[in-house]
Write a protein that binds this ligand. Structure first.
Ligand code: NI
Length: 414
């Protein structure tokens, strides 16, 4: 099946300008740009009045937490976690996690996300949901070594890797040591050795709140320094540690909305970028954000950095954080529209007053666009969202099941 996307403006990557182009897709990949006859396609889409750009990447989330959206508002991080979230998580089943993940994917696809990085448990259910929906995911099992459970959790993470890694070119399994305050240095080293040997990425929370006090250089004296790591948050990263993040194969997943909502503050993103740190964007879970919207995070990130200096976070940097930087972090997608790349892209309806004048479309994408302008989201050549529909799933059935799950969790939880 050859699909041709025609008559749209195409922003090929964060650093170029949109131009009118047509795109031919075959076997999930971009087969040709412009250099083909439209008659070669089996299916043609007239996308007049639309803009195509690389799909967005959500580089840090806990997808099943959609089940707990709105459950714990106006609360401090520790109370939020220990009094509200953990008691519910203790009762979650594989099936609950499946439907929570499906809800997250519906929201992300509607808002232009093609791939996400997850840290949670019951990862068989998350991987199955990603495959059923058709969204790319780097899935990690959240790991802590509290109460002697570290080894069993790590073994489980390895089993997930054996079962799901590289499945259909859609899934990667990484390792998720939760945070330096919930994992001992020995345990971080143990996890990192396994991840390194399997060439699997690692994701970890780092310096999320100001109470967190540990040494990054000590953490990086373990085998973790040899891994590809996505560090989530880095709000309270110390000045001298920024160069450590720039030196390794590391990414920072910046979660501005979650950081503000939980009272954790603002990450020094521009300083990190200036020193060569690779920064991408995440939403964090829906229980602390409460939306899984990378368009929104992109604008918020830019505004927060501009508070000190309006030249901070340029349009190119903002768009790169939302697309290609996240793509590099996950290794699941190219983050750019080019021949040979997977067709992971977003179509926006730009026939709206807030996309004028047309000369400044990149400014509009960062500062006046909304994820609600999205017309279609395609992952590996398949539409996962198109013009109000979800072609790969039964939307009403999934919502019905998810509502049942939420009712049960919340009824018995309070
Ligand atoms: Ni998180």
């Amino acid at each position: 099946m050859r699909i041709s996307l025609e008559n749209a403006l195409v922003l090929k990557d964060a650093f170029s300008q949109p131009t009118f182009s047509k795109i031919l897709i075959e076997n999930g990949q971009i087969y040709q740009i412009d250099n083909y006859r439209q008659e070669e396609a089996d299916q043609r889409y007239d996308l007049s009045g639309k803009l195509i750009m690389p799909g967005l990447i959500n580089a840090h989330t806990h997808a099943p937490m959609t089940l707990m959206r709105g459950l714990a508002e106006d609360t401090h991080l520790q109370d939020w976690l220990f009094k509200k979230i953990f008691p519910i998580e203790d009762r979650l089943t594989e099936e609950d996690v499946y439907y929570g993940t499906m809800l997250a994917q519906m929201e992300m696809a509607r808002k232009g996300v093609v791939a996400y990085v997850d840290m949670y448990f019951h990862c068989d259910a998350i991987a199955q949901a990603a495959l059923d929906f058709g969204m790319k995911a780097l899935i990690t099992r959240g790991l802590t070594d509290a109460k002697g459970t570290g080894k069993a959790k790590l073994d489980q993470n390895v089993e997930y890797h054996q079962r799901w890694n590289n499945k259909n070119g859609m899934i990667k399994i990484g390792f998720g040591p939760h945070a330096p305050y919930s994992c001992s240095l020995q345990y971080i080293d143990q996890v990192a050795k396994v991840a390194r040997d399997l060439k699997a990425p690692v994701t970890m929370h780092l310096y999320e709140s100001k109470e967190e006090d540990y040494s990054l250089s000590q953490i990086l004296s373990t085998t973790l320094s040899e891994c590809n790591v996505i560090f989530a948050h880095c709000v309270h990263i110390k000045q001298q540690d920024i160069k450590l993040l720039a030196a390794g194969n590391f990414f920072v997943a910046h979660n501005p909305a979650s950081n503000l909502k939980l009272g954790n503050g603002i990450s020094p993103v521009q300083q990190m970028l200036n020193q060569g740190v690779q920064v991408c964007l995440g939403s964090d879970g829906a229980a602390s954000n409460n939306t899984l919207d990378i368009f929104y995070e992109m604008r918020l990130a830019a505004l927060l950095q501009k508070m000190d200096d309006p030249t901070n976070l340029s349009l190119d940097q903002s768009l790169a954080m939302a697309t290609i930087n996240g793509a590099r972090a996950t290794g699941l997608t190219a983050g750019r529209i080019e021949v040979g790349a997977d067709a992971d892209l977003v179509v926006l309806d730009i026939e709206k007053p807030w996309y004028l004048p047309r000369e400044f479309l990149k400014a509009h994408l960062v500062h006046s666009a909304s994820s609600m302008d999205i017309f279609g989201t395609m992952v590996k050549g398949k539409w996962v969202y198109l013009d109000g529909t979800y072609p790969t799933i039964d939307q009403s059935e999934i919502q019905r099941k998810a509502i049942e799950v939420m009712r049960r969790l919340i009824d018995t939880g309070n």
